[in-house]
Design a protein around this ligand. Sequence first.
Ligand code: MG
Length: 158
Amino acid sequence: MRTGIGFDAHRFASGRRLVLGGVEIPWDLGLAGHSDADVLCHAASDAMLGAVAAGDIGMHFPDTDPAWQDADSLDLLRRVRNIVERRGARVVNLDATVLAEAPKLGPYRVAMCEKLSSALQVAPDAVSVKASTMEGMGALGRGEGIAAMAVVLVEQDI
Ligand code: MG
């Protein structure tokens, strides 16, 4: 058994879609980024890579590479699952927290868990997404962007 941790943050930008955990959320602002800027998928991907000590998503999908422009981060997560599997490991569970003052994410939590569990090819109850706020503190508290953190447990063949 091995664990990995992931963290990511993106700032809000106008004229962008807001995509979290592969789910498009209706909101007047989206997140800025080279890909679709899905912070939840990015944090989950880094946790996966961390669990097998395989670098980070910036290394595998550099934001200087036009191939990843506007990339679907759920697809990047699937690619990361392949990297993990090639190392003889499979995901046991993913737990994540999204930090956002707004919008309220509760109504989208089940859909996000479904997208993530399907991308990771694990049972729905192996994925947990929680939402929290910064109680108005700091940049996230001022609503300048959204952050996500994730931990993943994998089981690796020996
Ligand atoms: Mg990112």
